[in-house]
Design a protein around this ligand. Structure first.
Ligand code: CTP
Length: 400
């Protein structure tokens, strides 16, 4: 469940050309179950229509301190109701007002009247963004605990290209979700593995599998968002979230060595990687030439990393395995849960459409050692990661 579900978010929109993208932020937040109240400044109303936001949001847009005759103090009620206040786009003026505590309209008054976390997505031309005054204001806000999202490099109004472009709506929503995520793994160490291992046949060829590393990356980013210190051992380092410490590996043996090093001291280990069960027994050091004929590929088993962890599990450590199946999902998953001494197994039927390998979506069934079963219908890998980590956090013993 998205952490914005059921939460009240005041969406402030100021007069930058990126204001039209705030409509998409609004739509995404409402889609994720948030209660969104848009607050548009006079500048914003020159860029976008009030009706657009009133239609997309959970309540009509607020455009003035005086627009609702039944409420003489809309800013204080908005400020108190808000679980988060987000300003996107935020102009240089809004940023300056927020720093100095100036309240000239309903948005700046609401920002003063709230104790909720504030998220600001600046958007302006490069020259403005790079002004020492603006940079100084942003630095002070960040120091005070305001979350600053972006800006990024890219095309700006008028055909210019440079830094100052507002962060994309998806990134802004992710930042809001991060701010509202309960820190259920604060102070914990979580080790995650992801991607498919590649077992060399010769200097250029390998035996591999279809794992993209997306589900493991989602678990890593979600664990970090919940306050955990995250180590990601992966064959797909380019997918790793910035918040994780990354150990890049290629083969099952390298993954085993890295996990062996990192697992002691981890409060939870989530083995989302698709580890090869067999590897070529004698990989050639150079490229095999096809003129020399079809090579016979002798395979030998790899070590089962997860089974080793299960056999030497330290007290309180939560062990999570994954089972990608194409038939008998439950039977196979439960066998793996028991035989590897796991606390949780996350099973998916990868023969189904949009499930698992390579997709951004997944359908999982989670089985726990206490006999519980939790089915998560087709959803995003991020959402699947949330469900898994809710369980991991619940299974962890109280922090000492
Ligand atoms: N795993 C592991 N080391 C291996 C193989 C798998 O740690 N050498 C882990 C995977 O990361 C995953 C779980 O074990 O969490 C998968 O279990 P496994 O029984 O190995 O699944 P498959 O390899 O698909 O086995 P099977 O061929 O029996 O389905």
């Amino acid at each position: 469940m998205s952490p914005v579900r059921g939460r009240c978010i005041v969406l402030g929109v100021t007069g930058g050309i990126a204001a039209y993208k705030a409509a998409e932020v609004c739509r995404r937040l409402v889609g994720a179950g948030a209660h969104v109240v848009p607050v548009l400044t006079a500048g914003a109303l020159r860029m976008v229509g009030e009706t657009t936001f009133s239609a997309l949001a959970s309540e009509p847009a607020v455009t003035s301190l005086w627009s609702d005759p039944s409420s003489a103090i809309p800013h204080t009620s908005l400020g108190r109701r808000a679980d988060a206040v987000v300003v996107c786009p935020a102009t240089a003026r809004l940023i300056s007002d927020l720093r100095t505590g100036r309240s000239g309209d309903v948005l700046t008054a609401t920002l003063l009247a709230t104790r909720a976390p504030v998220i600001v997505a600046p958007a302006m031309h490069t020259e403005m963004w790079e002004q020492p005054s603006v940079q100084d204001n942003v630095a002070v806000l960040a120091e005070r605990g305001v979350t600053i999202v972006g800006p990024v490099e890219g095309p700006l109004a008028g055909g210019d290209i440079g830094s100052g472009r507002m962060a994309e709506p998806a990134e802004i929503v992710t930042a809001i979700e991060a701010v509202l995520t309960p820190q259920s793994l604060a102070g914990r160490r979580v080790l995650v593995t992801s991607g498919g291992t590649r077992e060399p046949i010769d200097a250029v060829r390998f035996v591999g599998n279809r794992s993209s590393g997306k589900q493991g990356a989602a678990v890593a980013s979600e664990a970090a968002a919940r306050g955990a210190e995250v180590v990601l051992v992966t064959t797909e380092p380019d997918r790793a979230p910035a918040a994780a410490r990354v150990v890049a590996v290629e083969t099952a043996a390298e993954m085993a060595a890295a996990v062996e090093l990192e697992a002691p001291g981890a409060d939870a280990v989530v083995m989302a990687a698709a580890v090869a069960d067999f590897r070529p027994a004698r990989p050639a050091g150079t490229k095999l030439k096809k003129g020399l004929g079809v090579p016979a590929l002798e395979l030998q088993p790899t070590r089962d990393i997860l089974a080793s962890l299960g056999a030497s599990k330290s007290p309180g450590q939560v062990l999570v395995g994954f089972a990608a199946e194409t038939e008998d999902l439950e039977t196979n998953a439960l066998i793996k849960l028991r035989s590897k001494n796991l606390d949780v197994i996350v099973a998916n039927d990868v023969s189904k459409e949009h499930v698992g390998f390579g997709h951004d979506t997944n359908e999982i069934v989670m089985y726990t050692a206490d006999g519980a079963r939790h089915h998560v219908p087709l959803t995003t890998k991020q959402e699947a990661a949330r469900v898994v980590l809710d369980k991991v956090a619940a299974l962890m013993p109280e922090a000492p």
